[in-house]
Design a protein around this ligand. Sequence first.
Ligand SMILES: C[S@@+](CC[C@H](N)C(=O)[O-])C[C@H]1O[C@@H](n2cnc3c(N)ncnc32)[C@H](O)[C@@H]1O
Length: 235
Amino acid sequence: MHSPFLYEFYQKVVRRKNYVRQPEIESLRSSLLQRKAKIRVTDYGAGSRVQANDLRSIASITRTASMPRKKGMFLNRLLEYYECRTVLELGTSLGIGTAYFSKARTVNSVLTIEGCPNIAQIAKENFDGLNCSNVELRVGRFDKALKGVNQVFDFVYIDGNHLEGATLEYFKFALEHTHEDSFIVFDDINWSDGMKSAWKKIIAQPNVHVSMDFFQFGIVCKRPTQRKQDFTIKF
Ligand SMILES: C[S@@+](CC[C@H](N)C(=O)[O-])C[C@H]1O[C@@H](n2cnc3c(N)ncnc32)[C@H](O)[C@@H]1O
């Protein structure tokens, strides 16, 4: 590993395990997994392959859409290690991933966007229950909700509407609203041929100098002083 940035990232963020865990987020997950009540889901995204039906149980949404604990802890470590303060998340779902971002000690604000009002309502209750006071939840389609957002973010997490064209549009937005040391994370980069193609186009961009392929997700950074390099990392 010849890149000092990548070496440090690997040692301090990928390999290092947290001492501080987030038991309250995991106990929220456990309680959501018990909720059999069904809600009507409005899907503005590429859709779920797991359940196309628009009436879904809270338990099933939690099981299929929520960020796994291991990934939550990893991204929480990344935010703290690189002292990220401002976070944008596209695709809140029930707010498990958002909570992992919100609880990073360095994070001041998380702007998260969810299209489905019924899902967003439960996410809001979850943020209140976890005291995630640094979270702003906007309800609406990503393209509409992002209009008028002028902030520059340290970390952008793109996790919804896995269509190639849409992903490239969100990437364009992310490039314009981040700085040289920001992180842009894409979920499900191998979910479909369209997502694979989007990821290839993203990492080929001349202003992306570092790309990391974790198979289920990918991270890109501008880091213009680095030689352009693409890494595959086992997670
Ligand atoms: C995979 S889930 C997000 C999981 C969450 N980030 C986590 O880590 O726990 C994706 C969410 O994005 C929302 N979504 C998809 N496409 C959207 C769009 N175009 N506008 C707004 N919300 C969208 C869906 O309703 C769904 O709740």
